[in-house]
Design a binder for this molecule. Structure first.
Ligand code: ATP
Length: 351
């Protein structure tokens, strides 16, 4: 299947010729919601601006629907790219009402077609009842829906969303996220959105790219990047994790916690990632001889779950259990991984 958006080896440099994004490659397919996730300064906004045509690439190509938008001899201006953008701060015209804001990008249509299209998209985002209101008379979530309606109205090939939920408070962010994902899916829109919020990327995107220092470290479905990280950075950025040294021999590795299953198989020194919810604590008197015994040093009750810190030798490990685990600080326990540990680095130099 041909991708809708195809980013090939794109590099962008600003000052002192240092690349801000380097050799980026990814594809987005029709109807897919794709996230660029990474910490501040990793190059997410620059990538979005390159796709939109606000920046020129120093190397590489960008294709949309098979057409070259960006290349060594090509730079299609933003207005010719058929791409809709939803900005972080919504960027609605304050002096225009909802109807006029949405109609703004449809000036080329006849009045009749324009009115019909505006009515359709306002209905789609559930804002018909608010059509005569000005942006300042709407909540943040409502403004976000109008911004989405405005970008969808011209029926673009692709929508770009710049940190779309960051201006909303926690409760509204959650519900708006669900609504907007449903809207995009119902409309069959393809979208690229950028965020530094891992939870947002995991629950909003069909696939995501994890960026670090201007490069993509891993691309995959939310489940894959969370459960099978390929680098220490991805393991750590996608959620709490324990990074554990081991000596691998095929599907197993010797670690301070004892022998554990690993994925993928490897040989020699490795660094392993084990999520806190994949470790269980076993009372020391029932643990096998090969398991390192440790002591619980902290216990944090968080309502629906508990987080423990367990010290084994000089290392400490984080363990997450359900809310009713009775073990207390000071207890002697062994730790066992209930899922295979994930190899995030091979040939790790010995300490
Ligand atoms: P944030 O989440 O904070 O918005 P980001 O991942 O979107 O960060 P970018 O805004 O793409 O990152 O910036 C990446 C790097 O490029 C930063 O170091 C930034 O200072 C630099 N940069 C971005 N735009 C320019 C510019 N026009 N001129 C010079 N440097 C720039």
């Amino acid at each position: 299947m041909q991708p809708l958006l195809n980013i090939r080896n794109v590099t962008k440099r600003f000052v002192r010729n240092l690349p801000v994004v380097e050799d980026l490659c990814f594809e987005v397919y029709a109807g897919e919601i794709f996230a660029l996730l990474g910490p501040s300064g990793c190059g997410k906004t620059t990538t979005l601006r390159l796709i939109a045509g606000f920046e020129r690439a120093d190397a590489g190509e960008i294709y949309v629907d098979g057409q070259c938008f960006e290349g060594s001899k090509t730079h299609l201006p933003p207005e010719a790219r058929d791409i809709g953008i939803v900005f972080q701060e919504y960027a609605l015209f304050p002096h225009l009402n909802v109807l006029q804001n949405v109609a703004f990008g449809l000036r080329k249509l006849s009045a009749k077609l324009r009115d019909e299209r505006v009515a359709t998209v306002l209905d789609m985002v559930g804002m018909t009842a608010f059509k005569y209101r000005k942006p300042h008379q709407l909540s943040g979530g409502q403004q976000q829906r109008v911004a989405l309606a405005r970008s969808i109205a011209p029926n673009p090939k692709l929508i770009l969303l710049d940190e779309p939920f960051s201006n909303l408070d926690a409760g509204l962010r959650h519900s708006t996220r669900e609504e907007i994902r449903t809207l995009l899916k119902d409309a069959g829109m393809s979208a690229v959105f950028i965020t530094h919020d891992r939870e947002e990327a995991l629950c909003f995107a069909d696939r995501l790219a994890v960026m670090h220092g201007g490069r993509i470290e891993q691309i995959g479905t939310p489940e894959t990047v969370y459960r099978r990280p390929e680098t220490p950075f991805v393991a750590d950025f996608l959620g709490a994790t324990n990074l554990i040294d081991g000596e691998a021999e095929g599907n197993c590795a010797e670690t301070l916690l004892g022998k554990c299953q690993i994925l993928p198989s490897a040989h020699g020194p490795v660094l392993l990632s084990v999520r806190p919810e994949h470790l269980v604590m076993v009372p020391s008197d029932t643990a096998g001889q090969n398991n390192g015994i440790g002591e619980i040093v902290t216990r944090e009750f968080k309502g629906h779950d508990l987080t423990y810190r367990v010290k084994v030798g000089a290392e400490s490990y984080v363990v997450q259990t359900d809310y009713c685990c009775p073990l207390q600080v000071g207890a002697q326990v062994a730790l066992q991984a209930v899922e295979p540990a994930v190899v995030v680095k091979q040939n790790v130099p010995l300490p």
